[in-house]
Write a protein that binds this ligand. Structure first.
Ligand SMILES: Cc1cc2nc3c(=O)[nH]c(=O)nc-3n(C[C@H](O)[C@H](O)[C@H](O)COP(=O)(O)O)c2cc1C
Length: 188
């Protein structure tokens, strides 16, 4: 799948078909996360691919969201901030958040391009997730990604902001590029 298609077609899916996806595709998506930019090239992300049914039920409880328990697999994304903290002091937290987002987006786009469905799940009890998966206390659980195949029932695409409302030129809230350019956004 072309990159632009993957970016524009990706959406959160919370219903999964009975058919199990090929776990190798998930591993390939995790592999894509490795190529994300990292401050000082210090790769801070870790991934746990959960397939154990009992653990999936317990993870659902830790998220208090039923769809999480309907997935065939769950990928749990964790930041190990040890090296980033050592290198970047008070900037480390910000860097850690940004690189987690960068790695996760690579992962999501690769899942999308392989036809797998997921939904970023950020609401959970971190304490419970750590207990279920034996994750050390000093790690940061970033998010869970229940994974399956999309059902035939179509989910609505969410409205996205108009480019003209989020892009400014040369200064905060200046909508016009000098000299004033009239371009069709669709042509960009
Ligand atoms: C940081 C973050 C946390 C999220 N947490 C949840 C969540 O706990 N449960 C859920 O159903 N969706 C969650 N979402 C998914 C958003 O609701 C979804 O991305 C948003 O509605 C836009 O829809 P789209 O992903 O289809 O474009 C989360 C998304 C992000 C980026």
């Amino acid at each position: 799948m072309q990159l632009e298609n993957a970016i524009k077609k990706r959406k959160s899916i919370r219903r999964y078909s009975e058919k199990k996806p090929d776990w190798r595709k998930i591993v390939k998506a995790i592999d894509a996360a490795r190529y994300a930019p990292m401050a000082g090239n210090l790769f801070s992300l870790r991934f746990i691919l959960v397939q154990d049914k009992d653990k999936i039920v317990r993870l659902k409880q830790a998220c208090q969201q039923d769809f999480v328990g309907k997935a065939h697999y769950i990928v749990v994304v964790i930041s190990d901030m040890t090296q980033v903290n050592r290198s970047y002091g008070n900037r480390a937290e910000k860097y850690g958040r940004q690189q987690a987002g960068a790695a996760i987006e690579n992962f999501l786009l690769e899942l999308e391009s392989q036809g797998l469905a997921t939904c970023w799940t950020g609401y959970f009890s971190e304490e419970q997730i750590k207990r279920i998966l034996e994750i050390p206390e000093n790690m940061v659980v970033e998010a869970l990604f229940p994974i399956g195949l999309e059902t035939k029932i179509k989910t609505k695409e969410k409205p996205k902001p108009d480019l003209e409302n989020i892009l400014w030129f040369d200064k905060w809230k200046n909508k016009y590029m000098k000299p004033i350019q009239r371009v069709r956004i669709e042509s960009i």
